[in-house]
Write a protein that binds this ligand. Structure first.
Ligand code: FEO
Length: 451
């Protein structure tokens, strides 16, 4: 296994795109033919990067033809083709493998297919619909084959074997394993946005933060799929992992696999205290309060929920916390209630900040609820309910709103609300609640009756 770009001594670490177009050998018969994008500062609008990214693509030469594995973003196609042309003629390309069709990897595909019309395109079995949508074409115009776990492409003295690893992080994703050289072309998995022309993990700068950040924002919502993929990847002998972004992992590649295993484990942020009664369900009640009314509602809701056997309730004033740890708590919880007063016709910013941080975790199957005190219009609660539904939470109870300072009767309604919310958590026994009240509490004030 050899080195670094031939001109690396003349170019800065994050050199301009196109600077030095030499392909880089990464294993016997395998070259990196990707592109550097050191100027990028924001990827897909949501990910920030302090030093850009790379779009990694590879050429594999066998005794019976060449395979190209992934391409690059369209703007960087010239760099990709310049590197490709130094290691193969277009008429030698027998196979084009697209492990992931997102445009940062499929951008150069249409041109490549025109230049190598004899090449067979291989995509995952979940990718055809996406391919047609991306290329705005149909079956008659584009030829492709789909691959499943265990399928192989024979290049003569080496084989490409496919691993079906969907939803990492699109439905279409797969990994490709070069059997003889023990190289895993992993797609976005094990990648990160870190541009360093030295390319290899043992030569680039410290990219640990970028690796963790990428996992947290791209892979974390798909932890169950990560674990399924790891079941296929972990048994493989690995000399090298070649992802589509960031450093190529040739020094101790298996530790990155182990890190994905650790990051995808259940409750890795918090180890729950052993419960006195199992199974235990968790309900989080978050609130912010201007004059104490929403706080009193939150306390009453928590008290009502706490009375249901098998429920652990946690109460948090958002005035005193940061979104990051709360996101970890929410990921592990079964139910989440958000309380906000209405200020200028809206919920207050710390609540929105926390809700906007939840895109990185899977919320499907969790129960959500909203509540709050208000002065005259009370828009915050329905706005929060809509957002919770938009995040795929189940919202089984009508939001609880009450005007200004809660009365004792209204606080009793809050306790009923908390009790009903606890009963609605997944797996809670129907016989658990002590309350004789109906499951669905009546809102203290029914706004449908107000003019
Ligand atoms: Fe790097 Fe999901 O594309």
């Amino acid at each position: 296994m050899t080195g670094t770009p031939a001109d690396s001594s003349r170019a800065p670490i994050g050199a301009a795109p196109g600077a030095g177009l030499a392909p880089v050998p990464i294993a016997d018969g395998v070259h990196w033919i990707g592109a550097l994008d050191p100027q990028l500062r924001r990827f897909d609008l949501i990910l920030r990067t302090a030093n850009g990214t790379t779009y990694n693509a590879y050429a594999v030469r066998g005794s019976d033809g060449v395979a190209v594995v992934d391409t690059v973003k369209a703007e960087f196609a010239d760099d990709f083709f310049a590197r490709l042309e130094r290691v193969a003629r277009y008429d030698e390309i027998r196979v084009i493998v697209l492990n992931h069709l997102e445009p940062d990897h499929s951008g150069a595909l249409p041109t490549l297919m025109r230049r190598a019309p004899q090449a067979k395109l291989v995509i995952s079995k979940r990718a055809p619909a996406m391919l047609k949508a991306l290329l705005k074409t149909d079956d008659q115009e584009i030829r492709y084959e789909t691959a499943d776990t265990g399928d192989e492409i024979d290049l003569g003295d080496r084989r490409l074997r496919f691993l079906h690893t969907p939803f990492l992080h699109w439905p279409d994703t797969q990994c490709t394993y070069l059997v003889e050289q023990q190289v895993l072309f992993s797609g976005d998995v094990f990648g990160c946005h870190h541009c360093d022309r030295r390319l290899f993990n043992d030569r680039v700068g410290d990219f640990r933060f970028a690796f963790e950040y990428y996992y947290a924002h791209i892979m974390r919502p798909f932890k169950t799929h990560v674990l399924e993929a790891l079941r296929l990847i972990e048994p493989l002998p690995l000399q090298l992992i070649a992802p589509t972004h960031g450093p190529i992992l040739r020094e101790r590649p298996r530790r990155y696999v182990a890190r994905y295993r650790a990051l995808s484990g259940a409750d890795q942020a918090l180890e729950p205290v052993p419960a006195h009664s199992a199974p235990l369900r968790t309900l989080l009640v978050f609130y912010l309060s201007a004059y104490g009314s929403t706080a009193r509602m939150a306390e009453a809701i928590a008290a009502g929920a706490e009375g249901v056997p098998g429920i652990r309730v946690s109460l948090y004033d958002l005035e005193g916390g940061e979104p990051g740890p709360f996101v970890d708590l929410i990921e592990a919880a079964d139910g989440i209630a958000f309380g906000s007063p209405t200020v200028n016709g809206d919920a207050v910013k710390p609540v929105w900040d926390l809700l906007s941080s939840l895109a990185v975790v899977s919320l499907r199957g969790k129960v959500g609820a909203a509540f709050g005190s208000y002065g005259w219009s009370g828009e915050a609660v329905p706005m929060l309910e809509a957002r919770l539904r938009g995040l795929n939470l189940r919202v089984p109870l009508a939001g609880l709103r009450l005007k200004l300072i809660p009365t004792d009767a209204e606080l009793s309604d809050c306790r009923d609300f908390g009790r009903a919310l606890a009963q609605a958590l997944p797996g809670v026994s129907a016989g658990a609640p002590a309350s004789a009240e109906p499951d669905r509490p009546k809102p203290v004030i029914d706004f449908a009756d107000l003019s």
